[in-house]
Design a protein. Structure first.
Length: 492
């Protein structure tokens, strides 16, 4: 059949391939079948001669011709140690048996565009560019442990997994692996020193299981672009070597989980996770502090969704305190990057320091306690200096004369006085009877109309100003405490 198709001048390598096709055997066309033999080193494949060269047209005919393929073993075609002359062009072809290519040199590349193939595996080989746009692969597709040209499987459908473990793709331009709108029923795997200096473009891809980068390297300005991709399983980003220009773009992507490590995170400004939705953090840092460092790697600007998503995941996995810290960090980011007016920024800071934006309302108790204690100290000092005086006239005259209020007059209590003036609408019968008197200097000396030039009146004026601040702080912090406890001021 081959002689009728190609003439009697079939090479020895082509005859060997034809004889092996009906058997479950990998046809080694080199001088030996040792993959590690120097004779099978694809780096020297330019020097391989005719004795191990197979025309691409022969292999295409054997794989796709309906009559010829009937004689191929059900396990498929297996070819090793060969140089394939011409492009392996299976575009628009239907190949109903697996193809396995090991330790081969295909300088003109492979074309699977719009083809329908079974399992297609290339290992430890060296090829030109690989075009698989719109192809359908009924099982697995593998390009492992070799040097390959740029690959494109745009809008392809792979029922199994796509495995690029150990592949080196460094001369393919900007988009070295194109999976745009691909539909993959298994995993997409980049393991075992996968290396590229370009982009892995998985925009709008649908991956039923995992998208896994483990022990991989991005050597140039590229990275992973999985914008709007859907990953049913986990995104692994572990032991990834990268440069300062490597990007990780997960904008508007969806995944069941993420698993990463801090050493693999990209440089500041190169992480894009706005709109990224994930179900859990399956591995890697899980505490809020580390994950906030992760979010800080985003480009400058305010993006609330990544904070909400992280808080949601932490809360659902029982890390409520961490979720609260993330929600607070979101509001801090709003103040820093949200283009707020000065008043909005001031109010934002007030909510942070007093009640933690409503997520930590009991923080206000420390402020209340601080003001009350400070007020107690200052008002006790003011009473000792006799610049806090009775408000009733008769009691005031006796206090000025003797330094003591009448026996019937309420005794001054600095703690109660401080507490009453701080808490709104609380009446403890101290503020009504005692006030800082701006006309009194130290030791009760009376000044003329509170003469500002009299240095002895400075403490009384200071205490009067502090009392106003004390009262205003109480009217601000106390309502915020109750608003925080009720959840009225929480942004989300």
């Amino acid at each position: 059949m081959a002689q009728r198709k190609f003439g009697p001048a079939l090479s020895a390598a082509e005859r060997k391939l034809l004889h092996a096709a009906p058997m479950r055997a990998l046809a080694w066309l080199g001088p030996d079948d040792d993959p590690d033999s120097p004779a099978n080193d694809t780096a020297q494949a330019e020097h391989w001669g005719a004795e191990r060269t197979v025309r691409a047209t022969v292999l295409i005919w054997l794989a796709s011709d309906a009559e010829a393929s009937r004689f191929v073993h059900p396990s498929g075609l297996g070819l090793a140690g060969a140089r394939i002359d011409g492009k392996l062009d299976l575009s628009y072809a239907t190949v109903d048996k697996p193809i396995t290519i090991v330790k081969c040199y295909i300088p003109d590349g492979i074309d699977l565009s719009s083809a329908r193939v079974e399992d297609f595996e290339v290992r430890r080989s060296r090829t030109g560019s690989i075009d698989g746009d719109m192809s359908i692969v009924h099982r697995d597709l593998s390009f492992q442990m070799g040097d390959y040209g740029a690959m494109s499987f745009m809008r392809s459908k792979i029922d199994g997994s796509l495995d690029l473990s150990g592949a080196r793709i460094v001369d393919g331009g900007t988009a070295t692996v194109n999976l745009v709108e691909a539909n993959i029923g298994g995993d997409v795997i980049f393991h075992q020193h996968f290396t590229t200096n370009g982009n892995v473009d998985a925009r709008l891809a649908k991956i039923a299981h995992d998208l896994s980068f483990h022990d991989s390297a991005f050597a140039g300005e590229g990275g992973l672009n999985a914008e709007r991709a859907t990953i049913g399983g986990t995104i692994y980003w572990v032991e990834v070597k990268h440069t300062a220009k490597t990007t990780l773009d997960l904008e508007n992507a969806r995944a069941g989980a993420i698993w990463d490590d801090e050493a693999s995170w990209p440089a500041p400004g190169n992480l894009i996770v706005s709109g990224f939705v994930y179900g859990e953090i399956a591995g890697g840092p899980t505490d809020a502090a580390a994950r906030l460092k992760w979010l800080a790697l985003q480009p400058p600007g305010y993006r609330p969704q990544p904070y909400r998503q992280l808080a949601k995941v932490l809360g659902e996995t029982g890390r409520e305190e961490g979720a609260t810290d993330v929600r607070i960090a979101k509001e801090v980011a709003l103040r820093r990057h949200g283009n707020l007016s000065w008043f909005q920024r001031a109010w934002n800071m007030m909510l942070e320091v007093t009640i933690g934006y409503g997520y930590k309302p009991l923080r206000a108790l420390w402020w209340i306690a601080g003001f009350v204690v400070l007020g107690t100290i200052l008002f006790r000092w003011g009473y000792y200096l006799r610049i806090i005086t009775p408000t009733e006239e008769a009691a005031y005259r006796e206090f000025v004369g003797s330094g003591e209020a009448p026996p019937h007059y309420p005794i001054f209590n600095p703690f109660v006085y401080s507490l009453e003036n701080f808490l709104p609408v609380v009446e403890l019968h101290q503020d009504k009877y005692w006030r800082p008197n701006p006309r009194h200097g130290m030791r009760g000396r009376v000044t003329l109309a509170g003469n500002r030039l009299d240095s002895t009146s400075l403490p009384s004026r200071f205490l009067r100003w502090y009392l106003w601040i004390h009262i205003l702080a109480g009217w601000t912090i106390t309502p915020l405490l109750f608003a925080g406890l009720s959840g009225l001021v929480r942004p989300d």
